[in-house]
Write a protein that binds this ligand. Sequence first.
Ligand SMILES: NC(=O)CC(=O)C(=O)O
Length: 283
Amino acid sequence: MSTAASSRSFKLALVQLLVTSSKEANLRNARSKVLEAAKNGANVVVLPECFNSPYGTQYFPQYAEPLENSPSSRALQEMARDAKVYLIGGSFPEEKEKKYYNTCTIWDPKGERLGVHRKIHLFDIDVPNKITFKESEILSPGSSPTSFLTPWGRIGVGICYDIRFPELAMIAARKGCVAMIYPGAFNMTTGPLHWELLQRARAVDNQIYVSACSPARDPNSSYIAWGHSTVVDPLGVVVATTDEKESITYADIDLEKIDEARQNIPVTSQRRFDVYPDVSAGN
Ligand SMILES: NC(=O)CC(=O)C(=O)O
């Protein structure tokens, strides 16, 4: 783990991976990028949604794996352990009891699994002449919010379309999360419209860090990812981003910035739960 981290700051790395149709090649590439990020001082590393398979309902059954002892789980565990980082392992199609999920596994620097997030909000949209996608044709939704503890504080995790539902980020922030991180894969229609806007909105509403990690863009794939993996600070300012190509994006996550935002603009302590309900109650 990097010695540059203090109890109030850590280095986040977003691995914008160029995903191919070869699961083995994707796992090898992910491993080499996670090790590279660790060498460059990253403490927490993020992979993109569907990091080990092309993104599309037609691919999910073919690429799906169980969570326990499967090639992708083992590879993620070894990456986290060998790189000595906290690893938010993007997502892969999971098969469990004859159902499929879009699932993110989270690992600590010893290779212990810290959490499992199954995409709660399935990506079902229809923008005429632009994009139609229906994850629910194949996938089942997850049903619980996910967060995990690091030496720097608790981090919440969602997957892609989950970012459009502000409740998840609100719940995470009210439970004390310092960041909400989304492996995601927006596309050429919704990417330019909403990718950055949604991250900035979730960050400024909750005065936390928000980040989303995309696959790199492959113009020949059936689903063309937007790319532009990004980190936004608690004031809603983009502090790190990239273009569409394969890359690693780094950002220093400074927890003082959360305190400062909340002191200067104290919405966090001015909420009126006597007027409207607190969505985090009971979650
Ligand atoms: N791919 C997704 O889950 C979501 C997305 O592309 C969007 O919300 O836009």
